[in-house]
Design a protein. Structure first.
Length: 135
């Protein structure tokens, strides 16, 4: 199976503005949100902005190695959804364009996990059988 292109462009990191703002000022929150989305197949019902992944990213940043969890998450995202790219590309983006890479990961995870949720919901039977509208 061939690799798929990314839905979210790396250079489209200013949209949406809220995600861009959070990724630039609080990268650990954006990282934690994306990690939660990937671990829970898009289910954000029990998400907390200060979760374990957020704390991990914060600690890594304190030791100037914040690019490590970001690059690893990008690799996980690529593998899970068969996206094009390379390990070296993940590391370069994480080291030199951290905010853009976090925004891309967040948008891509939201899109891909949303597609998976859509497929699950598409085949669920409705309660009460079929209903016909008045004519």
């Amino acid at each position: 199976m061939s690799e798929q292109p990314w839905y979210a462009s790396f250079w489209d990191c200013c949209s949406p503005a809220g995600t861009c703002f959070t990724a630039c000022l609080f990268p650990c929150i954006t990282y934690g949100k994306t990690k939660h989305r990937l671990r829970n197949n898009g289910d954000m019902s029990d998400h907390s902005c200060c979760n374990g992944a957020c704390f991990t990213m914060y600690c890594a940043s304190c030791f100037c190695i914040g690019c490590v969890p970001i690059a690893m998450q990008a690799s996980d995202l690529r593998e899970k959804h068969n996206l094009e790219g390379s390990c070296m590309g993940d590391w370069c983006k994480a080291m030199f364009c951290t905010c853009c890479h976090l925004v891309q990961q967040d948008k891509e995870a939201e899109y891909r996990e949303g597609l998976m949720q859509g497929h699950k919901q598409q085949y669920q039977a409705q309660q009460g059988g079929m209903h016909y509208g008045r004519q």
